[in-house]
Design a protein around this ligand. Structure first.
Ligand code: GAR
Length: 208
């Protein structure tokens, strides 16, 4: 089976990106990261790309102030690199509808809560964990899902929960959740690259 061409879209530190790179380098994932696109120029994720000899690029508000042109540049890049799978690994921008339509069931996102709780517009990064603490839930977690036209509404691929302990801070929860993100995101990518994810309506079946 030939390797799946992957693009990873990032906005920040890129620890999820790192977990995918590590699994690819260890031979666990039948894929190759062809490009890493960052919406922030100073994202540490771009340094990670450089360290691992992967092409990294900044496509954001400074070099493409016009949203339409920015989205076209992203799409052109994905086409040029013949990308099969797009991974949103801490990408804090809403994707262009055009792109979502074109890559149906080929865009994977990691979200730091148990969807459908604490997700949708305004729920990203630390804000998710702040809301978790404020509500007082005892369990939270992470979700990997396919991206559709809504925000965090696409078919769920994998989920895992963690406990919220009595004296947890936002930082404690973020750290615990990140730990499981680094398990379920590479696993979902591995399954995708082996052709084992089948979408049936809203359900994603993992084939044996
Ligand atoms: C992760 O917790 C990811 O789930 C979250 O941003 C963080 C990025 O960390 N994504 C979202 O909130 C998307 N709605 P990383 O840059 O270290 O991978």
């Amino acid at each position: 089976m030939s390797k799946i061409n992957i693009a990873v879209l990032v906005s920040g530190g890129g620890t999820n990106l790192q977990s995918i790179i590590d699994h690819i380098e260890a031979g666990n994932i039948n894929g190759k990261i062809k490009v890493i696109i960052s919406s922030k120029q100073d994202a540490y994720a771009l340094k990670r790309a450089e360290k691992h000899g992967i092409e990294g690029m900044y496509i954001g508000k400074e070099n493409f102030p016009n949203l339409k042109e920015r989205n076209s540049r992203i799409l052109e890049t994905l086409e040029e690199k013949e990308i099969d799978l797009i991974i949103l690994a801490g990408y804090m921008r809403i994707l262009d509808e055009n792109m979502v339509g074109k890559y149906k069931n080929r865009i994977i996102n990691i979200h730091p809560s148990l969807i459908p709780s604490f997700c949708g517009k305004g729920f990203y990064g630390k804000k998710v964990h702040e809301a978790v603490l404020k509500y007082g839930v005892k369990l939270t977690g992470a979700t990997v899902h396919f991206v559709d036209k809504g925000t965090d509404t696409g078919p769920v691929i994998l989920q895992k929960s963690v406990e919220v302990k009595d004296h947890d801070t936002v930082e404690d929860i973020a750290k615990r959740v990140l730990g499981i993100e680094h398990e379920i995101l590479p696993l979902a990518v591995k399954l995708f690259c082996e052709g084992k994810l089948k979408v049936v309506g809203r359900r994603v079946i993992v084939e044996k």
